[in-house]
Design a protein around this ligand. Structure first.
Ligand SMILES: Cc1cc2nc3c(=O)[nH]c(=O)nc-3n(C[C@H](O)[C@H](O)[C@H](O)COP(=O)(O)O)c2cc1C
Length: 246
């Protein structure tokens, strides 16, 4: 067969092949949030969405992928703003639909955000989850270091020096419950929106981000104790303060 997996994926996930979704079949909706870690909860500062003086136009114009970071910490307030920009919950409608800072197909919002914190004021280095609905952090009872994550991301050194690396975990059924196999397309489309918000929010606060799509799926999922099927890392991004050029 000359057809590639990519071609088959395109053909078999066209709208005409949607079929009867789990939602239409009456399967209960997956929860809007899943705890991936089991440590203690940590308060985050409230978000002041008026942070920074950069205009949207200049943030779009000057944004670049940043892979070299200053040895400076992010404040918790800055981290809270980045989390809000990427996944902040604006409104939950009827306990069924969530509206957030980034758009999502069918407002399904399939992601949980994991953070590998390296240099954030007041936070011990380690793994955390952003509880978007509560705007809090959840600490991990197991450790993942920036060096381990860098190794799983094909040795990309910027992860070792980043203040924090975001990992967006797709909770597949949150999306496929409505869209079946086509939902996989939407997971990756959604991830792009989320990461672009991160880039622009970083730009507004003198930080920089670098998207990470090159990683060993199995190794990254294993680090975060994800099964790689129902829950898997769809995208990552490292973040740090920019170095001041002389
Ligand atoms: C889907 C995607 C995956 C990417 N993966 C990586 C990566 O693994 N490592 C990396 O250094 N840059 C990665 N990048 C960043 C691109 O290399 C970068 O956006 C491109 O070179 C253009 O540069 P600019 O973002 O500064 O405009 C990725 C970007 C995208 C959109």
């Amino acid at each position: 067969m000359s057809e590639t997996i990519g071609q088959r994926f395109q053909e078999e996930t066209v709208i005409a092949r949607l079929g009867v979704s789990d939602q239409k079949r009456g399967v209960p909706m997956p929860p809007l949030e899943v705890r991936l870690l089991d440590g203690s909860e940590i308060e985050l500062p409230a978000v002041d969405s008026a942070w920074g003086k950069t205009t949207l136009g200049s943030a779009i114009r000057s944004r670049r992928s940043v892979r070299e970071y200053a040895a400076l910490s992010l404040s918790q307030s800055e981290l809270a703003s980045l989390l809000w920009a990427t996944q902040g919950v604006a409104r939950v409608w009827e306990k069924v639909v969530t509206f957030r800072s980034a758009p999502s197909a069918g407002a399904r919002h399939p992601f949980e955000t994991l953070l590998i914190v390296h240099r954030v004021e007041g936070l011990s280095p380690g793994l955390y989850q952003y509880l978007a609905h509560e705007h809090r952090l959840l600490a991990s009872s197991f450790s993942v270091t920036a060096n381990e994550l860098a190794a799983a991301c094909l040795g990309q050194k910027m992860i070792e020096t980043a203040a924090v690396t975001f990992a967006w975990v797709a909770v597949r059924d949150r999306m496929t419950w409505r869209y079946g196999e086509r939902g996989y397309r939407y997971i990756y489309l959604d991830a792009g929106h989320v990461c672009q918000n991160l880039y622009l929010a970083c730009e507004a606060m003198g930080a920089g981000a670098c998207a990470i799509g090159a990683y060993d799926d199995a190794a990254v999922n294993q680090l975060f104790r994800l099964d790689g099927v129902g829950q898997f890392v769809a995208y990552l991004a490292s973040v740090g303060k920019k170095t001041v050029k002389a």
